[in-house]
Design a protein around this ligand. Structure first.
Ligand SMILES: Cc1ncc(COP(=O)(O)O)c(C=O)c1O
Length: 379
């Protein structure tokens, strides 16, 4: 029986072996490992990809979001609204700025920030709203920006999972004041280690970000404002430039795989188990970083799939507001019911550009067997 890894990075990288080695050798030859020409070139190409005036390479996605909040002036005494159903870094970046994360619930259908919950959480101390395009799916940005605009609050995008996703035809990264991207190896665009980028729609903000990630400097030893070292390595930029040439094709393949999953899982017998799927907000086209389904007996289904040779993931089993590291900022268990229920039910199925629509068919037929077996045990 063939087996399906959750993500086959080795195979994906193998297909680019020659191109990547040549790009890395070019960096070894010129020797500018910090702030080398590849970093600036990547900034330009990433900005063009996101259709924004400026992008700034960063050390990772967490640093990118922290830099963005700092450069928007977020600090101690401020509140930043963020969904709890996300990777913990979405909240950590807020804590790093000194502000308080205010966790909000999700819409149970989209598993993305719930606009009503967000509106209720706005206070005079709200200094920013951070929306997370989770699993690659853009949030209902019009609903969020309407709530934000009424209160004059900037919206930032956590686009760490949403490279090349679009909302009403506009790419993520250019929807709000700025956005953070992660190029962690497993992301749709992944480096050979940690890397990230921040985008900005305003030239002043972009200038501050560029200085912030490089010690606030304007000249080698002139530091005009507070900054830190959040730079993107030249070697990582060189790898990213190669991979960026393939990103559109990889996204297309992810979307094709997801469409096949969707087609099969929306038809009988799946809805009768029931298996729930992530719905897209109107106008959102997902970059399909993850393909997530929901079932009530999640742990038994994951185990059954493992026995069937299908590896899965859980993104994420513990919501931010129930993380021990966030306990001073939450009302604990029961406070965000849709988030807590999703965390108990979600399963990420294999998702990788190396998989074909036929693989979705085979994975779904194994899932069907597991659902039948586990339902029989439960009854
Ligand atoms: C939604 C989300 N936000 C933030 C991050 C943080 O990115 P990084 O791991 O590059 O710091 C990630 C990456 O895992 C993420 O998925």
């Amino acid at each position: 029986m063939s087996s399906f890894p959750f993500l086959n990075l080795k195979e994906l990288n193998r297909s680019l072996d020659g191109e990547i080695r040549a790009a890395m050798n070019a960096v070894l030859a010129h020797g500018q490992f910090v702030n080398g020409p590849e970093v600036r070139q990547f900034d330009r190409e990433w900005a063009a990809f996101c259709q924004v005036p400026e992008a700034v390479g960063c050390a990772n996605g967490t640093a990118a979001m922290h830099a963005l909040l700092e450069c928007l002036g977020v600090g101690p005494g401020d509140e930043v609204i963020v969904p709890s159903h996300t990777f913990v870094a979405s909240a950590e970046s807020i804590r790093l700025s000194g502000a308080k994360p205010v966790f909000v619930d999700i819409d149970p259908d989209t598993m993305l920030v719930d606009a009503a919950s967000l509106r209720e959480s706005i206070t005079p101390r709200t200094r920013a709203i951070s929306v997370v395009h989770l699993y690659g799916m853009p949030v209902d940005f019009d609903a969020v920006s309407e709530a934000a605009a009424t209160n004059g609050i900037p919206v930032v995008e956590d686009a760490c999972q949403a490279h090349g996703a679009t909302y009403k035809g506009r790419p993520t990264g250019g929807l709000g004041a700025g956005a953070a991207f992660s190029f962690f190896p497993g992301k749709n665009l992944g480096a050979f280690g940690d890397a990230g980028a921040v985008t900005a729609t305003d030239a002043d903000l972009a200038g501050r970000l560029r200085r912030y990630v490089d010690h606030g400097r304007t000249e080698k030893y002139t530091h005009i404002e507070m900054g830190t070292n959040y730079r993107l390595d030249t070697l990582q930029a060189a790898v990213l430039l190669v991979k960026l040439r393939h990103l559109r094709e990889w996204t297309r393949r992810r979307q094709e795989l997801a469409a096949r999953y969707e087609e099969i899982l929306s038809a009988e017998p799946f809805p009768s188990f029931p298996v729930r799927l992530q719905k897209a907000p109107e106008g959102s086209v997902s970059a399909r970083h993850l393909y997530v389904i929901r079932v009530a007996n999640r742990d038994a289904v994951i185990e059954g799939l493992r026995e069937e040779g299908v590896r899965t993931g859980i993104h994420y089993p513990i919501p931010c507001h129930l993380q021990p590291s966030m306990q001073d900022y939450t009302e604990g268990e029961g406070s965000l019911p849709h988030t807590e229920q999703a965390a108990r039910e979600i399963i990420s199925l294999p998702m990788c550009p190396t998989l074909r629509p036929e693989d979705a068919e085979e994975i779904c037929s194994r899932l069907r067997r597991v659902l039948e077996k586990t339902a029989a045990v439960a009854s």
